[in-house]
Design a protein around this ligand. Structure first.
Ligand code: PLP
Length: 349
């Protein structure tokens, strides 16, 4: 029985074309700026997001950290959403390594941060205060269920931030999911941000890597910080080659993941004991909850035994992410298996 793994789109494996490109990649020492494949990937990313320059990094976490290190000074305060990935899942790196205070402002269900609250959180000039220097946004919003920030919202947030001399960093790990969901080029969602990063290794299916994009000056600074945190890679063209294939061939197909997610959400919603909690499904992340009559441990045990994997969000909450390794037919198969699981649980209970 095929394992249908909804834990994350990071489990996607490189395509045949990526593996071939990796084998054939022209490489050089990227710390000297001499890897032609890395240079080509960085140029492609910068061009797609209409930024001056880009930097290939090991991960989204590294890109976000480099953005903080480049935009801020120690003891600055940065504003970020209460549900943001940077706050929850990046080991506190911004504080530990960047020396900044992370101040959260509540995310609403749409992954937005109320701009009045942002404005209230920005520090005035006062000898006692840290200085607020950076606002971080996230699109699509992971913990808010793959919700999409619109170009209008992003522009308004950036306008406010810039008015108060803050920079804006956009954690766009899944920015191409957002662009595809809205049917617009990703560059329309990133124009007003001073920096943006995205992951190659999620829905785009490359094995490794992320790109951080911004002005030439910003990227020069980020490149130096990357060296300091140990991210200066040598013949990195071997992995960058897969990233080029990802950007050239994997963006448009994300729509398929979104349509599979909608189908999954509809099916899950029809199974007694399961409630889908996305207010509206916008991309490839389905959030759901079990009713009190079903224990999470039993559910996980049953679904794992039927080769269906979900991400646990603690308590009764789970997450399902659709991606290239799950077809429309797999969604139907998974729904059938989940229905069987829920019946088994009911009988046992
Ligand atoms: C996955 C993710 C990251 C981090 O990416 P890694 O490559 O896993 O370090 C950052 N932000 C968001 C919103 C993510 O979903």
């Amino acid at each position: 029985m095929k394992v249908i793994d909804f834990r994350s789109d990071t489990i996607t494996q490189p395509t045949e074309e990526m593996r071939r490109a990796m084998y054939e990649a022209n490489v050089g020492d990227d710390v000297y700026g001499e890897d032609p494949t890395v240079n080509a990937l960085e140029q492609l990313a910068a061009q797609m997001l209409k930024k001056g320059a880009a930097l290939f990094t090991a991960s989204g976490t590294m890109s976000n950290l480099l953005a903080v290190l480049s935009h801020t000074h120690r003891s600055d305060e940065i504003l970020l959403g209460s549900e943001s990935h940077m706050f929850w899942y990046e080991v506190g790196g911004a504080s530990a390594l960047g020396g900044v205070v992370m101040r959260t402002v509540p995310n609403d269900q749409d992954g937005q941060i109320d701009l009045n609250m942002v404005e209230e959180a920005i520090r005035t000039k006062n000898i006692h205060y840290p200085q607020t220097t950076l606002l971080c946004l996230e699109n699509t919003h992971n913990r808010c269920g793959g919700t999409v920030l619109t170009a209008d919202y992003t522009s308004a947030a950036a306008e406010l931030a810039h008015k108060h001399n803050l920079h804006v960093h956009l954690d766009g790990a899944r920015i191409f999911n957002a662009a595809v969901a809205l049917g617009i080029p990703a560059s329309e969602l990133t124009g007003d941000s001073d920096s943006v990063c995205f992951c190659l290794s999620k829905g785009l299916s490359a094995p490794v890597g992320s790109l951080l994009c911004g002005t030439g000056e910003f990227i020069e600074s980020a490149r130096k910080w990357r060296k300091m945190v140990g991210g200066g890679m040598r013949q990195a063209g071997v992995i960058a080659a897969a990233g080029i294939v990802a950007l050239e061939t994997m963006v448009e197909r994300l729509e398929e993941d979104h349509s599979n997610a909608r189908h999954l959400a509809q099916g899950l919603g029809r199974i007694p004991g399961i409630t889908v909690t996305n207010k509206e499904l916008q991309s490839n992340i389905v959030m759901f909850e079990l009713s009190a009559s079903v224990t999470a441990a039993e559910f996980s045990q049953q679904t794992n035994a039927h080769n269906v994997r979900f991400g646990s969000r603690g308590g009764q909450k789970f997450r399902a992410v659709t991606h290239r390794m799950i077809s429309a037919a797999d969604i139907d198969a998974a729904l059938n298996r989940i229905e069987v699981c829920m019946k088994n649980i009911k009988q046992e209970g």
